[in-house]
Ligand binder design. Structure first.
Ligand code: NDP
Length: 273
């Protein structure tokens, strides 16, 4: 019998997940279909229940339902716990098992696809929202020399650093305190780029040979990437690899088969110009 999966979000028209999972299923010869569902605001539990009743095996969850999915789960992985948010669900009888693959997908893109080890590096994370939260544990597992979180609302960054302190050398500071500091890898995990805005990060934070990584994808050269480029950074990346890698993690979790990501990333890549 064909197994049924879906991504749920609102709005959902922009989603690339059905395309990505369709390509994975074709390449690995899995008997499954993957569609998109426009969830109703405030009705996540009912929409999830309807999908399960209709035979759904698993779901990806995107904005604005990642916290609702966390609340509805009966089991949560440590990564989902730390993120306080869920981007993948697996249904098994009465069990609703929750995961968060955003951070692990991001880390895999950086270390595997871009060939940039985080071990021993000075890492700067801009933003303290859901994506930043999800990245913390996977980043710290790579044993960076330091991980600094900065955020417009500083107390959110401070709270995150405190929560993750037991897992590695993590600290928080205000944007203004970045003056005079340099980092080997700088992640823009703010949503500023979605509105073509630039977080107030000093151009001098990029160390020689740094990687500048924009989590948003498909937007070409965002203000953050342009800042990095103008500061002399030659390694620029956006979040397309993260998107495909988190999808591959979910696919492997559901199906027990790891798909190749390279051809799918290539297909979805928008040039950074
Ligand atoms: P959230 O809404 O949870 O968090 C937004 C963050 O951005 C907050 O820290 C907020 O600061 C900060 N922010 C927003 N506007 C500005 C600004 N103008 N200047 C400085 N800081 C700002 O968003 P998410 O964490 O879900 O998403 C963050 C980014 O990651 C988005 O670009 C999203 O597209 C991308 N993403 C990419 C994925 C992928 O697969 N490639 C997956 C998930 C997310 P404050 O707390 O002060 O409001």
């Amino acid at each position: 019998m064909t197994d049924v999966y879906a991504v749920i979000g609102n709005p959902i028209g922009h989603t690339k997940s059905p395309l990505i999972h369709g390509l994975f299923a074709e390449a690995t010869q899995q008997d499954m279909v993957y569609s998109s569902i426009e969830g109703r605001i405030g009705q996540f539990a009912a929409d999830m229940a309807a999908f399960r009743t209709a035979g759904g095996r698993g779901m990806n969850v995107t904005a604005p339902f990642k916290l609702d999915a966390f609340a509805c789960a009966t089991e949560r992985s440590p990564r989902a716990q730390m993120a306080g948010a869920v981007n993948a669900l697996k249904f098994d009888g009465d069990r609703v098992i929750a995961e968060n693959f955003d951070g692990v997908g991001l880390t895999r893109d950086v270390t595997h696809n871009l060939g940039c080890a985080l071990q021993g590096k000075r890492v700067l994370l801009l933003g303290a929202g859901g994506a930043a939260r999800g990245a913390l544990l996977p980043f710290l597992e790579q044993q960076p020399a330091s991980l600094v979180i900065t955020n417009r609302t500083l107390d959110k960054a401070e709270a995150l650093a405190k929560e993750a302190a037991a897992h590695g050398p993590v600290s928080a500071c205000a944007y203004a305190e970045l003056v005079g500091q340099q980092f080997d890898v700088v992640f823009n995990a703010t949503s500023a780029s979605l509105r073509a805005e630039l977080p107030p990060v000093p151009a001098a934070v990029f160390a020689p040979g740094a990687l500048a990584y924009e989590l948003a994808y498909g937007k070409g050269l965002t203000p953050f990437l342009r800042l990095a480029q103008q500061a002399g950074v030659s390694q620029l990346a956006d979040g397309v690899g993260m998107l495909v890698e988190q999808a591959a993690e979910a696919f492997a979790w559901w199906r027990g088969v790891r798909p190749q990501t390279g051809p799918v990333i290539e297909r979805l890549t928008v040039p950074l110009v």
